[in-house]
Design a protein around this ligand. Structure first.
Ligand SMILES: Nc1nc2c(ncn2[C@@H]2O[C@H](COP(=O)(O)OP(=O)(O)OP(=O)(O)O)[C@@H](O)[C@H]2O)c(=O)[nH]1
Ligand SMILES: [Zn+2]
Length: 206
């Protein structure tokens, strides 16, 4: 098995003041593809402390353009707020747009959804698996930030499993069920029924 540190490199860090608080930003690159990823960190910790973390997959439409087709923008904001409220934490922002199919393919998938398919059917119609994401780089990012024990903010059991397999101690999982709207209720139900995300019926009815 290839050592993750040969596939990915840490590049640099800088201050990142935001409207939510004063973070630092850390840049990483996949050496073969030149794909760039970033981590945001807030506060300080020792390696034996449990650190709240969010692994967030890029969603240009939701994160930056206020789309309510999905819950990404609300989850991103809530995760950063949680980190600031707890005084420490890390956001791994992975450039895996469209669950790994890329932005323009995601827009093609959206069109198919406008015509009646769900997110999984649309991906498959375009010739992709439902979810192409790879979380290997998280290990290098967390090692670099001295994080070994985490409280993971997610509803996605695949992220939980991936961290455990790479030797990260997932002490706790915090659900992140913000941003459910009438526009994305069907999208979230598909995630629950076909991709294994953990939303309760009560959350889906909100
Ligand atoms: N292919 C595809 N990707 C989508 C679609 N809607 C959102 N995405 C992408 O889905 C990714 C977010 O994944 P989600 O399944 O919403 O959530 P998650 O990251 O698995 O789980 P959480 O940690 O609970 O948020 C982002 O990369 C989005 O760009 C869609 O309709 N089709
Ligand atoms: Zn999204």
């Amino acid at each position: 098995m290839t050592n993750p540190s040969e596939k990915y490199q840490y590049v640099s860090s800088a201050k990142l003041p935001t409207k939510l608080g004063k973070f630092a930003i850390h840049g990483f690159v996949e050496t073969e593809s030149d794909q760039e990823h970033v981590a945001l960190s807030y506060g300080e910790w020792q390696s034996d402390e449990v650190v709240p973390i969010r692994i967030h997959s890029e969603c240009l439409t939701g994160d930056a353009l206020f789309s309510t087709r999905c819950d990404c923008g609300a989850q991103l904001e809530r995760a950063l707020q949680n980190i600031v409220e707890q005084g420490k934490g890390v956001l791994l922002y992975l450039r895996q747009e469209g669950r790994g199919i890329g932005l323009l393919n995601k827009i093609q998938a959206y069109k198919l959804q406008d015509e009646g398919m769900d997110t999984v059917e649309a991906n498959e119609h375009l010739g992709f698996d439902a979810d192409l994401r790879d979380y290997t780089i998280c290990k290098l990012m967390l090692d670099k930030l001295n994080v070994k024990h985490v409280n993971l903010m997610t509803n996605n059991p695949k992220k939980h499993k991936a961290l455990i397999e790479m030797g990260i101690n997932v002490v706790e999982r915090t659900p992140i069920d913000h941003g459910i709207t009438d526009d994305n209720r069907h999208y979230i139900r598909t995630k629950t029924e076909k991709l294994g995300h953990q939303f309760s019926e009560q959350q889906l009815k909100k």
